[in-house]
Structure formats: C-alpha cells, structure tokens
Design a protein. Sequence first.
Length: 233
Amino acid sequence: MSLELKIEGIVIIVGNYGSGKTEVAINLAANRKLAGVDVRMADLDLINPYFRTREARESLARIGVEVVIPPEKYFHADLPILSPTVAGMIKNPSRLTILDAGGNDAGVAVLAALADSLGKQSLKMLQVINPFRPFTETVEGCLKIKEEIEKAAKIQMTGLIGNANLLNDTTLEHIEEGYEFVSKLARQSGLDLEFITVPADLFTCLDLKKFSCPVLSIKRQLVPPWKQPAKLV
C-alpha cells in the first residue's frame, strides 16, 4: 500500500458528534491543495451550529480552496437549505470535491436530497472515528453509527478515517492506540482505512513505519474564540 495521501474524486466526510470530522475535512482540503490538487468544498453541516467548515473558509480561501456555504442569513439556521452551487459541484466535480456532512444520521439526511446528483457520480463516503469519544469507543458502537448514517444518507460507507485524539492532551501513545483500534474496525467492517491523523506538533515525532496507511497532519482550525487557529501554510 502507498503511504502517500492520494484521495481524489467526490469525498463525503461523515462522523458522529465529537469525531472531529470537520477538522479532518478542512485539513484534508488544505493538504491536497498545497500538493497541487484542485480542491473545492461544500459545507453541508446544517445541524450543528458550531465548528462548521464555514468557520475556516477565510483560511481555506487564502490558499485557493473555495468553500460553498449557504447564504449568510442562514448561517445559524438548522434548516435543510442548500445552495444550487452544491448540485453543480457534484455534476462537475473538481479533482477533489469534499462534502462536509453533518454529524450522525440526522445530520447526513441532507445527502438524501442530493441523491439524484450523487447517484450519477463515483464517490467515497468516509466515516471519521475517534475511539476516545462516547459511542465510538467500541467496534460495535462504530458499526451502529455507520449503519445509522448509511440509512439516513442512502449511501453506503466506503472507508474509514482514524482521528484518535484528546485535543491538547493527545500523546503518541494515543495515536498508536487509535490506529490499532481503527485497523481492527477496518478488518471487521471490510472497509478501507484511508488514513489516520496526528496533531501537527506530534507529526515529526511519529514513527511512520508503524503505520500501513497514510498519515494526515492536523493543524487545528476550529478553536474557541479566545484562541487563534494554526496557520495552514
């Protein structure tokens, strides 16, 4: 297996609340754009009013990633309001088109509204797993959430993303433990382990030979108002 991150096409990022899916989506977009890939994103998280992709839209715009979001007057509305641009993105995708969907089954229900457009495209739907969060600390819990998301979105999961972290308390041991967990989940579910993540400040200390999948360095963008997000470049 190549350890170079080469994700392309239409990629839907999903996960339960607290999984870190939006942080992963933002950093994936930045990583691929800085590698020379044409990237566009759509913020489809219409459920959770906090920590959405749109919060990092200015940072992403500075490196050339367009983020499609609902009109500003709907920023804090928990309504199924979609920009017509999203359907256009799906019909004519960039080399990498990322759809950041809402958490849990209720959040991804909006994908069902795009079923006609999505059904005509080859795509990946990736479940972000943080084994240090409630409901995903067991394989059984992860599989239950997977099935709920698939049912609501009317799309089958194709792969996993390991995002083991305890925010500022994350250690290398947590990363390795999380990798073992999501590897086991991949084996039991039959899904591909697309990549795992590691906080940027730990990346240089990581022994990459311990992992049989790509590793994405995470520079935190979604931080409390009193903190500054990390620079993407």
